[in-house]
Ligand binder design. Structure first.
Ligand code: NAP
Ligand code: F7E
Length: 339
């Protein structure tokens, strides 16, 4: 039974990757942070199935800012594969907390690589690199495109990417970087633009919200579906030789296109509800990201399965269902109190 360690296990990608690896018979170990409230919502359902389906899944407390903790976990778990997904992953927030972002994203990656080197644990390593690293370099972007990062987050990811390549070249590690373009899902954090829009469309439709405030509607992104992208991560670590791959759909849309499609899904005209709030503009913007994933298609046989309009519909429908469930729960609670 192969054994995997996932940092960022409680995040969007970590939760889908955990499900994928468990379905392939892996023993999965995940890192979770100590928080004052529960932060394991995205993986809690897996615990429900643990005994019934005989799954092997363990969460360990850990911090990417704590190097000794990473070394101890690696030594104790001795994983065959490490998927390093943990990060302060919000680009806008990285302008507010640049030092913390750099510590977690850049030095955090170095800490794990050093922990692998020093413990001598033989493992394959996946680095969650990002299309943000391309920043202002014109599209389409591929593995040979120059990086021009435009935020503290992107600068930290460039370091994490380069140090991963350096450890591969210096110490012969099986370490691969997946340069993933934006990927979304109903599990996407609520402050990323796609989820902010689909939640708002659901709330507006059900009469719970009047306006949606957004920033730059002209930015273009290559948006894909997260479960397709975690499949690519796994495929990379199954290759005999480590390598770096760009992962994306090859189709870009503006934020305006996304908001239009999301409101159309609930039969509303977005122009009646969206207002621009300058607070959501960034000190430096990334205007246009579009993946050229030819190498991944050729070497890994990877293809995305979900189209842009399917993605929008999946997310809007999930948010509608979630809000309706909460409303029903609220009404039921009121009924019980009144009875
Ligand atoms: P996410 O939902 O924001 O998840 C980030 C994960 O990292 C969460 O589990 C979070 O824990 C954990 N984390 C944050 N700070 C940590 C720390 N100091 N110590 C330990 N864990 C920490 O991100 P995602 O969308 O799944 O993305 C996964 C990875 O891919 C990230 O590295 C991201 O930068 C990168 N990436 C994402 C995209 C995308 O479009 N989604 C594209 C390219 C690259 P909590 O749950 O406790 O917050
Ligand atoms: O912004 C614009 C914003 O925050 C997308 C992360 O997963 O993908 C993500 O980074 C675009 C930007 O994602 C709002 O200015 C307009 O141009 O959803 P986002 P991101 O910055 O592309 C990359 C690949 C990662 O690696 C990151 O970890 O949308 N935008 N109005 C807005 N963005 C937000 N968040 N909120 C707005 O109101």
């Amino acid at each position: 039974m192969p054994r995997a360690l996932i940092t960022g296990c409680t995040g969007q990608d970590g939760s889908y990757l955990t499900e994928l690896l468990l379905s392939k018979g892996y023993e999965v170990h995940g890192l979770k942070r100590r928080a004052s409230l529960f932060n394991t919502d995205r993986v809690d359902h897996i615990y429900q199935d643990l005994h019934e389906k005989n799954l092997r899944f363990t969460l360990h407390y850990g911090e990417l800012t704590d190097g000794s903790c990473m070394a101890t976990l690696l030594y104790d778990i001795r994983p065959d594969e490490v998927y390093h997904l943990g990060a302060q992953s919000h680009v806008r927030v990285s302008f507010d907390v640049p030092e913390f972002t750099t510590d977690v994203v850049a030095t955090g990656t170095l800490r794990i690589l050093e922990a692998i080197r020093r413990t001598g644990v033989k493992t394959r390593f996946y680095q969650a690199s990002s299309s943000e690293q391309f920043g202002s370099t014109p599209p389409p972007q591929s593995e040979t495109t120059a990086f021009h990062p435009r935020s503290p987050y992107a600068c930290a990811k460039v370091y994490a990417h380069n140090i991963t390549v350096n450890y591969r070249e210096s110490y012969g590690m099986h370490a691969s970087c997946g340069v993933l373009f934006n990927h979304e899902s109903p599990r996407r954090g609520e402050t990323f633009v796609t989820r902010k829009i689909t939640r708002a469309a659901a709330h507006v439709k059900l009469g719970l919200q009047k306006k949606l405030y957004l920033g730059n509607l002209d930015a273009k992104r290559d948006w894909g579906y997260a479960p397709d992208y975690v499949r690519a991560m796994w495929m990379m670590l199954q290759q005999d030789e480590p390598n770096d791959y760009v992962i994306g759909t090859g189709e870009a849309h503006s934020v305006r296109d996304f908001v239009e499609a999301a409101f159309a899904r609930v039969n509303l005209d977005w122009r009646d509800y969206v207002e621009i709030d300058p607070r959501y503009f960034r000190p430096a913007e990334v205007d246009y990201l579009l993946a050229d994933a030819t190498k991944a298609k050729k070497d890994l046989g990877w293809e995305p399965m979900v189209t842009f309009s399917q993605l929008v519909n999946i997310m809007v429908d999930a948010d509608l269902a979630e809000v309706e469930l909460k409303m029903r729960g609220g009404a039921e609670a009121v009924r019980l109190v009144e009875e």
